[in-house]
Design a protein around this ligand. Structure first.
Ligand SMILES: Cc1cc2nc3c(=O)[nH]c(=O)nc-3n(C[C@H](O)[C@H](O)[C@H](O)COP(=O)(O)OP(=O)(O)OC[C@H]3O[C@@H](n4cnc5c(N)ncnc54)[C@H](O)[C@@H]3O)c2cc1C
Ligand code: SF4
Length: 422
């Protein structure tokens, strides 16, 4: 699919959520409409200069965190609590955005503790609702609908669909292609280098580290002019973190105890920096999920099994990023303390894609380009499972843009009477 086809929904999503960044003209990361960027931290300025020397871009990241008031949500006050949930709604989340907006329509019934077991089908194999377990009472409940949308977060969507076995769909609903659960992709994460910048050691600490927000990034710069300039295909991004965070993670790099130890921790506190690589995997027939024939959860629902290994391409990116860190620290006048010996284990990034991938051919793909399953036209999927693979950027913005597009298409199908109204 061409980016132009989806870009109006990216703009719609950005206008709704509010994304802080800058226009960057990067060939692999299209620009959008942004709020003012998050301010750089001290070390960002030093690393940006160093990146210029080694020919690597170093730019403000794209953060769904409000640097100014937006859509009746207040600007961030930089308390640093984002990953535990923002108290004022300055960080995009369904709790502050989509759920209140849906409630305001007065047409939303929100069921909590409802663990969906499977999609129910009628005689023709069309979706007619879902069966769920009420986790509080353990009661089995069925709810009916003219259209079913699954958005349970990638692998859980495949889990529900693989568990939706019936006479019409013996291997799982909408799985005539046999592709349900296949082609699992992920982002390889790891720290290819960490150390400190002597220029900043001993400086007074400043609260410049805004919780989990990745203020800056080194967007993919490899294989852009020539897709074969590196040993690997495609490319990866790097995010630099450090500075005065909540906890001095460098305590392991410093030896000693008592007062002297504390003084050293304090001295290095504003000066430590480290990279995080985000490298996309390629689809592989050996990376997939399926239903465990024996294991069930406490509600008797068959569990999912994972079959996954890092591939050669992303491991080459990993090695490449370690050399980049060596060059970067040298150019910045920094001291490199080390790097992870191996990347993080699969699943760490929480950016899985691919297990219900979209495409035109019903024999090879689970859904069409509207995220409507080929086999069951009144069954839609709204999460990252439809993406054929991941890019060097995170998944949430594409999920929201594609979901908005799928909803528009679904509403049009309802208007045209292609789905029966309940
Ligand atoms: C700590 C953390 C940091 C992250 N940081 C970033 C980031 O900086 N940028 C980024 O782009 N992404 C980030 N991600 C990833 C991002 O959160 C996910 O990509 C995104 O939330 C996926 O959206 P989703 O709607 O598909 O799934 P979710 O947001 O997980 O929503 C799925 C919903 O379905 C429900 N559900 C699941 N199974 C069932 C079932 N059987 N029955 C009923 N309900 C069910 C779940 O309870 C949940 O409410 C981060 C994730 C984590 C955990
Ligand atoms: S730092 Fe995070 S938690 Fe605090 S106001 Fe800003 S967005 Fe919300």
């Amino acid at each position: 699919m061409d980016y132009a086809e989806i870009s109006p929904w990216f703009s719609k999503a950005e206008r709704y959520m509010g994304v802080a960044s800058t226009v960057q003209n990067r060939p692999s990361n299209p620009d959008g409409e942004y709020l003012p960027p998050m301010p750089f931290r001290c070390f960002d300025y030093i690393l940006q200069k160093a990146c210029e020397k080694i020919g690597v871009p170093y730019l403000p990241d794209r953060c769904a965190q409000l640097t100014v008031e937006h859509n009746h949500h207040p600007a961030c006050h930089y308390c640093g609590n984002c990953s535990r949930g923002c108290d004022v709604g300055s960080f995009f989340s369904p709790t502050w955005f989509t759920i209140p907006d849906a409630e305001a329509t007065k047409r939303l019934t929100l069921l909590t503790n409802a663990l969906v077991r499977s999609v129910l089908v009628d005689e023709s194999g069309a979706a007619k609702g879902v069966a769920y377990v009420d986790r509080a009472t353990r009661r089995e409940v069925e709810v009916y609908a003219s259209v079913v949308v699954i958005a349970a977060s990638c692998v859980e969507t495949a889990h529900i669909m693989l568990n939706s076995k019936s006479r019409q769909w013996p291997t799982g609903i909408a799985n005539s292609s046999g592709q349900l659960g296949r082609n699992l992709c992920d982002h390889l994460y790891g720290t290819p280098g960490y150390g400190y910048l002597p220029q900043l050691a001993g400086q007074p600490p400043r609260p410049d580290n805004i919780a989990d927000s990745t203020v800056s990034w080194m967007p993919r710069w490899q294989n852009l002019k020539n897709p074969r300039e590196e040993k690997f295909i495609r490319g990866y991004s790097v995010y630099m973190g450090g500075g005065c965070g909540e906890f001095p993670g460098h305590y392991r790099q410093i030896e000693g105890f008592g007062k002297q130890y504390k003084r050293e921790i304090q001295r290095y506190y504003p000066a430590t920096v480290g990279g995080l690589i985000q490298a996309p995997t390629l689809p592989s027939p050996t990376n997939y999920v399926d239903i465990d024939p024996e294991k069930k959860d406490i509600f008797g629902i068959p569990q999912l099994r994972f079959h996954f290994q890092w591939g050669e391409n992303e491991l080459l990116m990993w090695e490449h990023s370690k050399q980049v860190m060596i060059d970067l620290f040298k150019a910045a006048g920094g001291e490199l303390w080390g790097a992870d010996s191996v990347p993080n284990r699969p699943g760490t990034s929480l950016h899985e894609t691919g297990v219900c991938r979209f495409g035109n051919d019903p024999k090879r793909f689970v859904t069409n380009k509207w995220a409507q399953t080929h086999d069951v036209p009144n069954l839609y999927i709204c999460d990252a499972s439809i993406f054929p693979n991941c890019a060097d950027k995170t998944t949430t913005m594409p999920i929201i843009a594609f979901t908005m597009r799928t909803c528009d298409h679904m509403l049009e199908n309802l208007r045209q009477g292609l789905h029966k109204r309940a």
